[in-house]
Design a protein around this ligand. Sequence first.
Ligand code: ACO
Length: 431
Amino acid sequence: MSKAELKIDDKTIDLPVVTGTENEKAMDISRLRSDAGYVTMDIGLKNTAVTLSKITFLDGEEGILRYRGYPIEQLAEKAGFLEVAYLLIYGELPTREELDSFTSGVTNHTLIHENMKKFFEGYPQHAHPMGVLASMICALSSFYPDSTDPNTNEDEFKLTVQRLIAKSATIAAWSYKNRVGHPVMYPQNRLDYSSNLLHMMFALPTEPYEVSDKVSSALNKLLILHADHEQNCSTSTVRVVGSSQASLYAAASAGVMALWGPLHGGANQAVVEMLQQIYDDGGAGKQNIEKWISRFKDKESGQRLMGFGHRVYKNFDPRATIIKKAADEVLGEMKINDPLLDIAKQLEHAALNDSYFIDKKLYPNVDYYSGLLYRAMGIPTDMFTVMFALGRMPGWIANWKEMMEEKQPITRPRQIYMGEKARDYMPVDKR
Ligand code: ACO
């Protein structure tokens, strides 16, 4: 193992250097405080590897994303969502037998306890489905108390995985039904994961409903593209919560909460809302686009070009490339003429030719076009992030499993205290 040398206060400290399989290098500073009395500071963890992982590789400079070594482009083109979920969680692509068994395990756990159905009645109709999803995933733990032990046996873990993936989809669809005041549709075991989800969302008991193959396959692609993205905000949250030995249900529920924010998964909803605002303000005309671009560059405006920029990708986001193509195809095939797509393209063109965005290396991210694709599929705007959460579930599970297997200690960062020095309490009348 190579090492780096750090000189502090006349002392030379040896820091072991860890090299990843793709030649990424890190200095291990875990003994720095005990050896030299220093901690490191990295607000927002912009330059800190919090774990070693074998799940996902991404190279932000080159725009590379691979799950367990497989390029995202190949998986999005050729694989099924549950096949990718298996790959992420268990480390290898499943054999036919393994895939059939995993698929039937998920399929046979899509029903949720009838008592949980009553929970939906308690939510106001305008409840955001991300809030409903997070709380209901957490509530699942009370129905399966055996699974709350994070160090449980392999069979119990397998069951929890199948339940989480299966029941989250049912909860998501039913939260939508609650929203629109329609009766819930029970899962259909004859359908694959994506088609079943669409069926639960859009079918009504009064009419036969055929899920469109095009829509189902576009959803399959989106779920795969969202399935993992190494140590992003929600996955890190899952690891932080899991590191306290909280159950997988608790950790996954926390993951949903973290994903909800507009700087993370909530960006897909924010993008469409932003495009709608531009549409209402005059649309895709050159002058209007320039006006909006200026607004996004002006920090005082408090508005960012949503769907642009990424903490890690500083060249292009490979998922955005795949989604842009899929959005074009699906909208074209479905003969949908969405004026927001036109605005999105104009805005992208203007930003990619503007020195502000070029200099700051801001490119379209996965969420720039995914919202438009969801829209074309008939998914309502506030369900976009829920779709993302369903896609990210296997990644959260894989990271939780890896962390438990590696016996990672509880996550407990340090801080540098900048507040008042010690002072004495003053009774209220003397202050
Ligand atoms: N529009 C305008 N300016 C931007 C944007 C944007 N979308 N993104 C970053 N900037 C600017 C910042 O103002 C900052 O400028 P400064 O250096 O002059 O202060 C600089 O670029 C760096 O931005 P940071 O916020 O420091 O970069 P960070 O890596 O912390 O943030 C993030 C990345 C949160 C994704 C940011 O680019 C952003 O807010 N984008 C819009 C929201 C979005 O699309 N989020 C989805 C991300 S993908 C995902 O989570 C699935």
